[in-house]
Design a protein around this ligand. Structure first.
Ligand code: FAD
Length: 313
């Protein structure tokens, strides 16, 4: 009989899920289950950086959420795309390596989220990264995530960058350094000319360990609870898996995410009108969630509820 009890269950095998699966399964004493609703990342077009648009076009490994037509978009609907494949967004994205503004992290920490300040996350970024060119305070050179310089710069791109500088925009050789502002060439999450997704970087090595089970084309329908304590997950086909330790939600947040539609996690006010059961989050993470939602509100406001969203898979 297949194993039904694990120490950790990770919902979603995207960018974050692959990292978490890798780090948790480093301990041979724990059993880890990773559940991904998409298929394995075997499509050859995924690995060739220049053909990522084919992956998007084919639509097999993405889900596209189409909003209502919006006056803010000249009557067009907003379309939000999410990876739906092992590696998640990192298997279908544009591979641009930009980690985000330090102020964002510090803002989240100020909201009360312990461990999320820039000085907290920077060592973690460095630990994950294997940068082919940059080193020092902001970059790692021995992690699993290969980061490369782009091999070819089109003359028009060079002209654009020079023109921007002539207007007074500073040249920035590193968008993950001290300052994000400026114009320049970004680095990519590629290795030797191939996409280096989180699945390649973190899951492939972890899959060789005997304590990690990966299920693909398997959708989690809900997280199960006993009181306020998580006990495991239930799949769409009603199969249940028990978590002795933790259930870790890595199902993405490109839309009202699945981990919300599971049972409405997060700020209570978002669910007040839905009648969904609501599970508490800390006030700090609720505030941060609200901030993130607000920042994306123009697109998000026009997104239909998950039940009425048109999906393409
Ligand atoms: C087209 C595109 C281009 C992008 N370009 C860039 C870029 O150039 N640079 C950059 O930094 N970022 C880019 N991004 C964003 C980046 O890829 C995401 O921010 C990142 O992948 C999010 O990681 P995540 O782990 O939160 O979620 P995801 O990577 O989206 O992973 C979530 C996973 O959960 C799975 N899942 C969802 N619901 C369930 C369920 N109920 N049961 C089981 N599994 C489930 C999904 O199938 C998915 O694989 C891009 C994204 C897209 C879609």
């Amino acid at each position: 009989m297949a194993l039904k009890k694990f120490d950790y269950i990770i919902v979603g095998g995207g960018s974050s899920g692959c990292v978490v699966a890798n780090r948790l399964s480093e301990d041979p004493g724990v059993r880890v289950l990773l559940i991904e609703s998409g298929r394995r990342d075997a499509d050859r077009w995924i690995n060739i950086p220049a053909t990522f648009f084919k992956v998007i076009e084919k639509g097999r490994d993405i889900v596209a959420y189409v909003g209502e037509p919006s006056k803010h978009l000249n009557g067009r609907p907003a379309i939000v795309v999410q990876g739906h494949v092992l590696g998640g967004g990192s298997s279908v994205n544009a591979m641009i390596y930009v980690r985000g503004q330090s102020q964002d992290y510090d803002g989240w920490a100020q909201d009360g989220n312990r461990g999320w300040s820039y000085s907290d996350v920077l060592p973690v970024f460095r630990d994950l990264e294997n940068n082919m060119q940059l080193a020092g305070e902001y970059h790692g050179t021995s992690g699993e995530l290969h980061v490369s310089e782009t091999g070819f710069h089109h003359p028009l791109s060079r002209a654009f960058i020079r023109a921007a500088q002539e207007t007074g925009i500073p040249y920035n050789p590193d968008f993950n350094g001290a300052l994000q502002e400026g114009v320049g060439f970004y680095q990519t999450t590629t290795r030797d000319g191939r996409r280096w997704s989180a699945a390649q970087a973190f899951l492939r090595p972890a899959e060789k360990r005997g304590n990690l089970t990966v299920l693909t084309e398997t959708r989690v329908a809900r997280v199960t609870f006993q009181g306020n304590r998580t006990t495991g997950v239930q799949l769409e086909n009603s199969t249940t898996y028990e978590a002795g330790g933790e259930v870790i939600l890595c199902a993405g947040r490109s839309r009202p995410p699945d981990c919300y539609s599971f049972q409405a996690w997060g700020p209570r006010n978002i669910y007040a009108s839905t009648g969904s059961p609501w599970w508490l989050t800390s006030p700090a993470s609720a505030k941060t969630t609200r901030t993130i939602w607000n920042r994306q509100s123009r697109a998000r406001r026009s997104i239909r509820s998950p039940s009425s969203a048109r999906t393409r898979a």
